[in-house]
Design a protein around this ligand. Structure first.
Ligand code: NAD
Length: 393
């Protein structure tokens, strides 16, 4: 990662605007760090909050010049699209219901887009964003950041290289405990609740939007398979909860493989346990987010192996995703940065009119967002009909 393909191609860094990620937001700081780690972007404009005064103060506090600390995303799009030195890329990290509006606005003004998941709250909205992306030819990067870990990328390459044979079984779980003891917020006098607890803003299922889409995306990224049908159960296990805190589903894949999916935010004491097991005719891969530098490979009839970033047997996609020699752990920030850096390479190549390195193009896109929303929709529909097998739209 010593070279800077963006500067090589454009003679400068990409100019980035951030929308969302104001004080108190966990993910805003992750986006900004991810943009800076490989020095491919400079953050030059922003709207960090829905409150104009707080937004301006927060933008200035992260080094944005006052003239480019805007009151609303719409005013940012208008002003930046007419500046000679206007932004190239807009990164969206606002509540879920606004992704659709801001992504379409950014694309219509000619900006490449980096957007946090879920891409939108409904499948129809996601399809609209995909259509707009295809019509404009702009880059759309969806920050399913777990696909940026070197050992997840190693797993994808090992599956693609046939080391597992034909994939037959997939197990994915994303288990968190953050909502195990928490009570759902009371409605305020004006009937408002935090956006995640409002289905109009947070989406039809809290657990599916927050972490179910990540788990589904991880499976697709590593295996290259599509979930074709689901038999699901969604709901809440914490008493009197207004929103979903767990979802489980049996999966049938497009190649006939079978799978299971289990996500919850109410497992007392668990932190961020995203875990994947993929079994093929020749062996099994296992990976867990809480120890991300270890990928276990269990070949049929041979001793198990542990693969590590830049360790023996590292394949090219994983190699380009580590910045440091073997044995020096990289984690969440660096995985997130891999998504940003790959998107930067694709955006710079598009702007320079050259072909990007094909290895830069594995980051999740608008079509992955559409697949994610089709999965969410099918899981909710199946659960609503007593777990009936439901085909993804
Ligand atoms: N990739 C991940 O692992 C990950 C993790 C957490 C959250 N997220 C996603 O990030 C998004 C934000 O989640 P969060 O937990 O940071 O939420 P949050 O409520 O903590 O923060 C949202 C931020 O957006 C700002 N905001 C709201 N409306 C805005 C507007 N109109 N213009 C500009 N700023 C506005 C708020 O002021 C706040 O600073 C969600 O879509 C969520 O799904 C992704």
């Amino acid at each position: 990662m010593d070279d800077n393909p963006v500067i090589d191609m454009l003679g400068r860094r990409l100019r980035l605007a951030v929308i969302g990620g104001g004080p108190g937001s966990f993910i805003g700081a992750m986006h900004r760090a991810a943009a800076r780690i490989d020095d491919r972007y400079e953050i030059v404009a922003g709207v960090l909050s829905s409150d104009p005064e707080r937004s301006r103060a927060a933008a200035i506090a992260i080094g944005i010049e006052p003239a480019r600390a805007y009151d609303t995303p719409e005013s940012l799009f208008e002003a930046e699209s007419t500046r000679a030195d206007g932004v190239d890329v807009v990164a969206i990290m606002t509540p879920n219901d606004s992704h659709h509006r801001y992504a379409l606005g950014a694309l219509r003004h000619g900006f490449d887009v980096i957007c946090d998941k879920p891409i939108t709250n409904t499948l129809d909205e996601a399809i609209e964003v995909l259509d707009a992306t295809e019509k404009t030819g702009l880059v759309f990067c969806l920050t399913h950041n777990y696909t940026g870990y070197p050992m997840v990328r190693q797993a994808r390459s090992m599956v693609a290289d046939g080391l597992l044979g034909a994939i037959q079984l997939v197990q994915v779980e994303y288990v968190q405990g953050g909502k195990a003891a928490e009570r759902d917020p009371e409605r305020a006098e004006n009937d408002a609740v935090p956006w995640r607890y409002d289905p109009v803003r947070g989406g039809p299922s809290l657990v599916m939007g927050d972490i179910g889409t990540h788990a589904h995306n991880l499976v697709r990224y590593v295996t290259g398979l599509e979930v074709a049908e689901v038999s699901a159960d969604v709901g809440h296990i914490v008493a009197n909860r207004l929103v979903d805190d767990y979802a489980g589903a049996l999966l049938r894949f497009d190649n006939g493989a079978r799978g299971s999916f289990w996500v919850t935010q109410a497992a007392a004491g668990v932190e961020n346990c995203l875990r994947l097991r993929v079994s093929g005719t020749k062996g099994t891969l296992e990976w867990m987010q809480e120890s991300p530098t270890q990928l276990s490979f269990k070949p049929l009839g041979a001793p198990a192996e542990i693969r590590t970033p830049n360790g023996p047997g590292t394949l090219p996609l994983a190699r380009r995703s580590s910045r440091i020699v073997a044995g020096h752990p990289e984690g969440f920030h660096e995985g997130f940065a891999n998504i940003y850096s790959d998107a930067a390479e694709a955006i710079a190549a598009r702007r320079a009119g050259v072909d990007p390195d094909p290895l830069a193009l594995s980051f999740p896109s608008a079509s992955d967002g559409v697949a994610g929303l089709a999965f969410v929709e099918a899981v909710i529909t199946s659960s609503g009909s007593g777990g009936a097998w439901t085909t993804l739209r």
